[in-house]
Design a protein around this ligand. Sequence first.
Ligand code: MN
Length: 498
Amino acid sequence: MASLTSGKEIWFVTGSQHLYGEAAIRQVGENSEQIVKSFSHAASIPIPVVFKPVMTTPDAIYRLCIEANASESCIGIITWMHTFSPAKMWIRGLRLLNKPLAHLHTQFNRELPWSSIDMDFMNLNQAAHGDREFGFICARMRLKRKVIVGHWQDKEVLEKIGTWARAASAWADAQGMRIARFGDNMREVAVTEGDKVEAQIKLGYSVNGFGVGDLVGFIEKVSDAEIAALVTTYQDQYSVSFTDAAQKNSVKEAARIEIGLRNFLDDGGFKAFTTTFEDLYGLVQLPGLAVQRLMADGYGFGAEGDWKTAALVRSMKVMGEGLAGGTSFMEDYTYDLSAGDQKVLGAHMLEVCPSIAEGKPSLEVHPLGIGGKAAPARLVFNGSAGPAIVASLIDMGNRFRMVVDDIDVVAHPPMPKLPVARVVWKPRPDFRTAAAAWILAGGAHHSGYSRALTAEHIEDYTEIAGIEFLHINKNTCISEFKKEIRSNEVYYLLESGR
Ligand code: MN
């Protein structure tokens, strides 16, 4: 798959006014251009940042916002008030701006020139109050935005811009995103259900169902030569130790499913998909290896019809592109409740993305107790250790809620009889608090798991989307978390009434 963010850009917009004379405006523009140039060399900012002319009138601001809205390439704008820019000038433009907004609160000069500072210096370097004027109008208009504070060369500032740029990129990717569901939900399951119309209105993606027979049509067209070539790729990429003819046949069937599924998705322009083991009519085995490899190529996936998690995994893939660590569909599967050392074992029946693997995955064929189909091929591996997040998007009826937990993936003893990919982690702040908070919040058993992203990526995404964000982290305490849930109930009830 091509770069998930190619052709995208962020606009850098500097505010000023005509009060200071042409020379000062020119200086403001030059300084802004220098900042933009330094951003384009920053490794932590993955999207090109484009300089826009200094804004000094309501009409120019209005036109710029219209252009940003209409631009296919612009995924968001960064604003900065180098000098004072009376903020009533911004109202008409900001009223209709529909691209993500980040407000950079910086100053061109890092240090005060103590011995030479005069009124000219003060008048040029007045973001300290120019950005407060702009902040007021954003607050007054209840605009969703990220405020980033610090000198423009600071590592933390560059990282925060990069994090927001990744979230904006995922947002752009989700607008018009098509998600295919093969079959419906796993029967009687609640948390994987939700309002698909509301999701399209609020989050931008469309979710539509397809008969498994439509997929089978694509799978039947796959040639033996294509299958043989893909099996060779498997042998190159994974450890393969079996020689049994039935197992070899199973791998060939998995290759057939992968090619057919990939063709179906590419033919329809789908970025994410779901399957369900209760609806596999015409498929020889549950798609395991195929799903794992498609996820590794950037497709979103949710099992048992879980389209919200499929969309979330895709968005997390876009946010994490180029970062080390990987992103996958995940499920809290079972626990180690050893006193004082409780851990979660995350896995799924088959569908865990090898981008999160420690070392080379092993390609194996084992019977599956669920689904009543032939023994499916799958990649077996351990997840790499280190800090990670799990995120869950649920439908609360009147709003979407995102729950994120910071976790630490840990090493563990071998599990020679468990033939699926697995990850073992300790949730923050501790197992008892994290699991209680997650359950109080209604977080799903399914999640998007990432070692590439932090909770800040997801927080920025939810800010852009205007949905609820609950973060379980090292500081979480249950009584405060319950208060946050209760106050959010009031907030979203009132917000939706506007
Ligand atoms: Mn599941």
